[in-house]
Every structure is written in structure tokens, then in C-alpha cells.
Design a protein around this ligand. Structure first.
Ligand SMILES: NC(=O)C1=CN([C@@H]2O[C@H](COP(=O)(O)OP(=O)(O)OC[C@H]3O[C@@H](n4cnc5c(N)ncnc54)[C@H](O)[C@@H]3O)[C@@H](O)[C@H]2O)C=CC1
Ligand SMILES: CC(C)c1ccc(C(=O)O)c(O)c1O
Length: 253
């Protein structure tokens, strides 16, 4: 698929990796539909995409809400006339141990609400947006690509029962959708990033950062543009489907 003039929706497009992918793809001629909960960051991100050289529109939407998602994807197709790509990127963290022993007593540490919040956004949100994007791509007769952003934590990371389960889930959806949607000209791929430089990591103490990067074989965190270039590679390579790209500096948890 050529990026030039392709219409690509990006969830969580208001900041972080979503914004970086929007700017990268817009600079290469894509028309981006940025989806996020936060209207202020969405506006800034859209302006950055336009400065990078592409068209950008914004959609305030909670990806965990079916009605929001349906309306958003209908609006995207009404505004742009097509839909060629979706990056399922929106995600949240609510870390915690499963249980902990304190003063000889076992305590439940991960609340059901913590579990459910992450599953709702990181797994159900991906299902809802993937289903809606595929529906619109098939209706408009557009060939398309769906990319699910997972994480190295999909292999199982301590303190992340909720997050690891959701990321393993979105990774499992990749071959399912690749098989089911190939007949409609839709490919599906996943990207599993390792630690990537973000506003959150930029605010960490230097000692903590050093300790974290020491465990990464390439001895540094990834850059948001390195995830964006992986997404562009997937869009442009028409024989890639049903697989995960691991962009993690060779780290294994
Ligand atoms: N930053 C990192 O080192 C890594 C990030 N990832 C994944 O990459 C993705 C992006 O991560 P970051 O950019 O770091 O996160 P971030 O927190 O900077 O950005 C996430 C965006 O998603 C939006 N969002 C959250 N809940 C939403 C909802 N219900 N509906 C719509 N939008 C919602 C937020 O408003 C925010 O703009 C996530 O899926 C994350 O799990 C994976 C591995 C490493
Ligand atoms: C555990 C992995 C590498 C990780 C680290 C940090 C974030 C973040 O700040 O959002 C993630 O989403 C991760 O998956």
C-alpha cells in the first residue's frame, strides 16, 4: 500500500507514540484521522501532522465504548471518503501485583477495577476499533491494513497481570484477523515495542533510567520514530500479514 493519500486512523493519536506515528505518516503523504479521549492534545497533534505535510482531522472518542467507536468510524469515512489503515495504539497502565504477603497475611493487591480498566481499553478497545475499521473498509471497497500495538510485556511482566493479558490478547487477534480478513484485501500486523522514550521516561531520575537501560542489549531505549518507521514498513509491504514485529533492542523480560 502506498502511504501517499492513504487514510489512516490512529487511536491514542493525541500524544506519545500515537502522535509520533501520525507525524511520521503525514510527512509521507498519509491523511490521518487522530482518535483520542483528550481534545486538547488532539488539536496539538493534528497541527503537528499538518506541519509535517499531511491532512489531519481529530475525533474525540473513548475506544472502549461501542457507540463512540461506531460513530467515529462512520464520521471518518464521511469526512475522508475512504479508510485504508488503522493503528490500534490507545492504551493505559494500571500496574500492581496480584497478591502480596504483609505481616504474615495474604492481601489481594490487584483490584478488579484495575484489571477491568486495562482490559476495557487495551483489549476491548482494540476489538471494537478493529471490527469497525474492517466493516468500513469492506463497505467502501478499500484495501486496508490494521496494526495492533502490543508490548514486550505480552510475554508476561511482573506487576502487569492486566496489561500483559491484554497485550497477549491483541497479539492473538493479529493472526485471527489476518486469516479472516485476507479475502477482503485487508492485512493485519502487530508491533511489540520494548521501552520507548516518552514524556514519562523523560521525567524519570537519571539513576533509574540508567538502571533500566543497562538491561537492554542495545543499551538504550527506542525512539518513537523507530516505532513509526516499523508501522510505515508494514503499510508499504503488501506481503506482510498475520505476524508481530518486535522492536525492543533485543530485550527479553
Ligand atoms: N511507551 C512505551 O515505552 C511503550 C508503549 N507501548 C504501547 O504503545 C501505546 C502508546 O503508548 P504511549 O504513547 O507511551 O502512551 P501515552 O499514555 O503517552 O498515550 C496513550 C494515548 O491514548 C489515549 N487513550 C487512553 N485511553 C483511551 C481511550 N479509552 N480512548 C481513546 N484514547 C485513549 C490517551 O489519552 C493518550 O493520548 C500503548 O498501547 C502502549 O501500551 C508498548 C510498549 C512500550
Ligand atoms: C513494559 C513495557 C516495556 C512498557 C513500558 C512502558 C510503557 C508506557 O510507559 O506506556 C508501556 O506501555 C510498556 O508496555
Amino acid at each position: 500500500m502506498k502511504l501517499q493519500d492513504s487514510v489512516i486512523a490512529i487511536t491514542g493519536g493525541g500524544q506519545g507514540l500515537g502522535r509520533a506515528m501520525g507525524e511520521y505518516l503525514a510527512a509521507r503523504g498519509a491523511r490521518v484521522a487522530l482518535i483520542d479521549l483528550m481534545p486538547e492534545t488532539l488539536d496539538e497533534a493534528a497541527e503537528a501532522c499538518r506541519k509535517a505535510g499531511g491532512e489531519a482531522r481529530t475525533y474525540v472518542c473513548n475506544v472502549a465504548k461501542e457507540e463512540d467507536v461506531e460513530k467515529t468510524f462512520e464520521s471518518i469515512v464521511a469526512d475522508f471518503g475512504h479508510l485504508n489503515g488503522l493503528i490500534n495504539n490507545a492504551g493505559i497502565l494500571r500496574d500492581g501485583l496480584l497478591v502480596k504477603v504483609k505481616d504474615g497475611q495474604v492481601e489481594k493487591r490487584m483490584e478488579l477495577s484495575q484489571w477491568q480498566a486495562v482490559i476495557d481499553v487495551n483489549l476491548t478497545g482494540v476489538f471494537l476499533c478493529g471490527r469497525e475499521a474492517a466493516t468500513q473498509m469492506i463497505r467502501t471497497g478499500d484495501e486496508g491494513v490494521i496494526i495492533n500495538i502490543a508490548s514486550i510485556a505480552r510475554a508476561g511482566n511482573m506487576g502487569q497481570s492486566n496489561y500483559s493479558a491484554a497485550k497477549a490478547g491483541v497479539s492473538a487477534l493479529v493472526p485471527v484477523w489476518a486469516k479472516e480478513l485476507a479475502r477482503y484485501g485487508i492485512r493485519c500486523m502487530g508491533i511489540a515495542p520494548g521501552f520507548i522514550e516518552t514524556a514519562m521516561t523523560a521525567s524519570m531520575k537519571p539513576e533509574a533510567l540508567e538502571k533500566m537501560t543497562a538491561g537492554i542489549p542495545l543499551k538504550r531505549m527506542g525512539k518513537p520514530e523507530e516505532i513509526a518507521s516499523a508501522a510505515a514498513f508494514i503499510f508499504e509491504n503488501d506481503y506482510m500479514s498475520g505476524r508481530m514485529l518486535e522492536v525492543d533492542g533485543a530485550l527479553r523480560l
